[in-house]
Design a protein around this ligand. Structure first.
Ligand code: CP
Length: 297
């Protein structure tokens, strides 16, 4: 059975390095014939702007045929099950399916039942592997290394697949990772997810001497409890210009997007020289080219 990319947890450092090296090559704009006559299906059961479009652009730049399907525009909306949907798409003989789903483990379940490589484009609160890879590429661009950095990941940790994939990736490189957020959004068990993790509810403590400040979106769609009001959240956990003085002088500010200005960070920070948010978006294409090439070749 051919393998896809289901998560960072199952990748070792050599596997991550191989993808990042190839992605650096793809940062130079160009078109390639590598995947001519191959078919990639993007199947998104949750909303997406960055991931869906960049997978589509990446496939086109490698000359693959690509089609994007959303759940609301498919027969899923008529009650077709996940397995039947995937079997139907599988009958069209794609060489890979890129899939986003709200249920953690959905792509892993399908990978066990279908003989088609599945690339996880985000599953519930579990993993978002290509996001962590593009984050790593962006850190490499700015800091030159992933080794031994102090990385503060701040916000809705509990519901964040981005945080989990980044923790798995950065811990492979000996990062000192501080997870920070309000107590209901910061599960204590995450401390044992990988080596080098500490937890705090104090944003100033998290940012102190950080090389990288990674802000997270508050995922209201996954919260069952009454969420903090935007203003209160911003007061305690929103990144503002004055916070940046506590980090390293050349610290970078990241956010996977979509950003909520005035909740997770101020516009002054989002639009500042320290922000690499749009560089992350740009690197998403190069990373997804590298992943598609590796999975489909
Ligand atoms: N970062 C991210 O996954 O963004 P989208 O939801 O827009 O794809």
């Amino acid at each position: 059975m051919k393998t896809g990319l289901l998560g960072i947890e199952s990748l070792d450092r050599a596997g991550i390095d191989a993808i990042l090296t190839r992605a650096r090559h793809f940062q130079k704009p160009g078109r390639y014939e590598t995947l001519r006559h191959k078919l990639v299906v993007n199947l998104f059961f949750e909303a997406s702007t960055r991931t869906r479009t960049s997978f589509e652009i990446a496939a086109k730049r490698l000359s693959a045929d690509t089609i994007s399907i959303t759940a609301s525009g498919s027969s899923v909306s008529k009650g077709e099950s996940l397995v039947d949907t995937l079997n139907t798409l599988g009958a069209m003989r794609p060489q890979a399916i890129v899939m986003r789903h709200s249920a953690s483990g959905a792509p892993h379940f399908l990978a066990r039942h279908l003989n088609i490589p599945i690339i996880n484009a985000g599953d519930g609160t579990h993993e978002h592997p290509t996001q962590a890879l593009l984050d790593a590429l962006t850190i490499l661009d700015r800091r030159g290394t992933l080794e031994g950095l102090r990385v503060a990941i701040i916000g809705d940790i509990a519901h964040s697949r981005v945080a989990r994939s980044n923790v798995h990736l950065l811990s492979r490189y000996g990062a000192d990772i501080v997870l920070c957020g309000p107590a209901p959004l910061l599960p204590r068990e995450l401390e044992s997810l990988a080596p080098g993790i500490s937890l705090t509810n104090d944003m100033a403590q998290a940012i102190q001497d950080a090389d990288v400040i990674m802000m997270l979106r508050v995922q209201l769609e996954r919260q069952h409890e009454v969420p903090m009001a935007a203003g209160e959240y911003f007061h305690f956990y929103g990144l503002r210009l004055e916070h940046l003085a506590q980090a390293k002088p050349d610290a970078i500010v990241m956010h996977p997007g979509p950003i909520n200005r005035g909740r997770e960070l101020s516009s002054e920070v989002a639009d500042s020289q320290r922000s690499v948010i749009l560089n992350q978006v740009e690197n998403g294409i190069a990373v997804r080219m590298a992943v598609l090439e590796q999975v489909l070749q």
